[in-house]
Design a protein around this ligand. Structure first.
Ligand SMILES: Nc1ncnc2c1ncn2[C@@H]1O[C@H](COP(=O)(O)OP(=O)(O)OP(=O)(O)O)[C@@H](O)[C@H]1O
Length: 519
């Protein structure tokens, strides 16, 4: 209140002004005027419902109840035909109508009490001649978009409110509107979007999509005649590698080129499926020679050994892993020296591919290694790769069970992070950044029955998105390996002219096939 009234906490003490005689006609006129204004305002607020109701009344008056039944049957038939002929426009209209219905019967009815009890309404004390009263100001719902699974309300903030205040009340709002989950998304100014989720769209496992078929709106790289264009398409796709599905039904993709990705989750949360989905998504680029997978499986190869033919390098002991990481640092430093002042982001080519260092259970390398020399080498190489590897095209894709800083000291160096099921309520914030859980990333509430479900937060993206990775079973892994393993003659064949800065000789001053020789 002090904000509105300055330092004056209560309104002025009520004082009774002198009585004034008002003629009765003037009073009646004032009451009628106020009634008219309120009536017009009400009609304006219900500007769709009022004409529809009036239209229906006129219709019934003219054609009777039987006519009304005929009209409804006719509308139903039109809807069925419309849905078959043009499902997109029908879907849009259906969502709009469903949104108006939800607004009228759910949100408008419970909105005011919900706002008062969550302290999101503002109460200003006012005084009249006899008593102190209060004026209530309610945040206004400006629009609504509804599907069968989620209602999204766009709400205008009251002066002085912040999206954080709304995020704190998300759990209370979820209960008021009987939703399964409520997520608050801030707009840059004045508005928040409240997502009330009613159904879980990620209950069913996601089947991996076809990587070689035509994409919506374009064609598969394999179907492009010009090899340069095909390669360009594959390189472009490294910015959005298909991993699974988002809660809103859209494809879940992750960038791999120019970033590092961390996947965190308790045991059995489905980290393997995220790693395998990304590896599989990189398959076409691996087959084309534009990506090399350097894979470290400190669990002795339990998780990733199936894919060995797909990998340029595969290390399972801590000694081998330390060698692999040292070599990745060397390649990174050579490339950095070569590309310095020429480009800010390496463009993969067959002679100079993107190197993706995949590490399953990265904590085994940072916290649990007993050999001091190996631990020191790994402890030096990993932060170097994470801090300098993005631009020269040596990127890290890692999985971890325990996201604490003592276990993974450089987790903040991963720009893209995925939080699968976690065991403690603080962990989503450790992985996705502070406040992520309040903004809806309740990874600790993901049930055991939903492996592969999690929340993702990419660099520059303010809100966590709920996602599910595709389920890659052993058969699909074998198919992927068989379909996308690179040809044995690495470094041979045609090199697309994508990188104008690539030297005419070998990429890093060494034989490109040399990377494989080290393995
Ligand atoms: N996206 C998914 N959809 C459906 N089932 C999945 C998915 N991901 C994993 N699973 C199932 O969940 C179980 C555990 O998965 P996974 O081994 O990938 O978990 P993890 O996090 O890697 O576990 P750990 O840390 O113990 O290796 C497996 O039986 C797997 O079949």
């Amino acid at each position: 209140m002090s904000r509105i009234y300055g330092d004056q906490r209560m309104p002025r003490i009520p004082s009774r002004p002198d009585k004034m005689r008002v003629p009765l006609w003037m009073l009646l006129l004032a009451v009628a005027g106020k009634g008219l204004v309120l009536g017009v305002r009400w009609c304006w607020r219900h500007r769709i419902a009022v004409p529809v109701a009036v239209g229906l009344l006129v219709f019934v008056h003219r054609f009777g109840l039987l006519g009304l039944v005929g009209l409804l049957v006719g509308l139903l038939l039109v809807a069925v035909v419309w849905r078959r002929v043009h499902p997109v426009s029908f879907g849009w209209l259906a969502r709009w109508v469903w949104g108006r219905v939800r607004l009228a019967f759910v949100y408008r009815r419970r909105w005011r009490p919900a706002m008062v009890h969550t302290d999101l309404a503002i109460r200003v004390p006012t005084s009249n001649a006899d008593q102190v009263t209060f004026d209530d100001y309610y945040p206004r719902i400006r629009s609504i978009r509804s599907t069968r699974a989620v209602d999204v309300l766009r709400v205008e903030l009251l002066p002085g409110q912040t999206p954080e205040q709304w995020a704190e009340q998300a759990e209370a709002l979820r209960h008021v509107f009987r939703a399964r989950r409520c997520q608050v998304q801030a707009e840059p100014h004045r508005f928040v979007r409240l997502h009330f989720h009613h159904r879980d769209t990620l209950v069913r496992p996601v089947t991996p999509g076809d990587l070689d078929g035509p994409r919506p709106g374009d064609v598969a790289p394999d179907l492009v005649d010009d090899p340069g264009a095909a390669s360009g398409l594959l390189v472009a796709e490294l910015g959005a590698v298909p991993v699974g599905r988002c809660e809103d039904g859209s494809p879940w993709t992750l960038p791999v080129r120019g970033t590092h990705v961390l996947v965190a989750g308790a045991t059995g949360a489905g980290k393997g499926s995220v790693l395998w989905s990304i590896i599989r998504g990189l398959g076409p680029a691996v087959r084309a020679g534009l990506v090399k997978l350097w894979v470290c499986d400190p669990k002795g190869g339990m998780e990733l050994a199936f894919g060995e033919p797909l990998f340029a390098r595969f290390a399972t002991t801590t000694g081998e892993i330390a060698d692999l990481l040292d070599h990745a640092v060397t390649v990174m430093q050579r490339r950095t020296a070569r590309l310095r002042g020429r480009t800010r982001l390496h463009t993969p080519t067959v002679g100079d591919p993107l190197i993706v260092v995949v590490v399953d259970e990265i904590a085994s390398l940072t916290a649990y290694v007993t050999d001091r020399d190996v631990k020191k080498r790994i402890g030096a190489a990993l932060p170097l790769l994470l801090s300098q590897g993005r631009a020269p095209g040596v990127v890290v894709l890692a999985a971890v069970q325990d996201p604490r800083k003592e276990v993974l000291p450089f987790r903040d160096l991963f720009p893209v992070r995925v939080a699968l099921r976690m065991t403690e309520a603080e962990q989503p914030d450790l992985v996705l950044g502070s406040g992520a859980r309040d903004r809806g990333a309740r990874a600790d509430e993901i049930p055991l029955s939903l492996p592969g479900v999690g929340y993702v937060l990419a660099e520059g993206q303010p809100e966590p998105v709920r996602v599910r990775a595709a389920h890659i079973d052993d058969t699909e892994i074998s198919r992927t390996v068989w379909a996308y393993r690179p040809s044995t003659a690495t470094g041979g064949g045609w090199t697309p002219d994508l990188d104008p800065y690539t030297d005419s000789g070998s990429a890093d001053g060494a034989d490109p096939a040399g990377w494989d020789e080290v393995a």
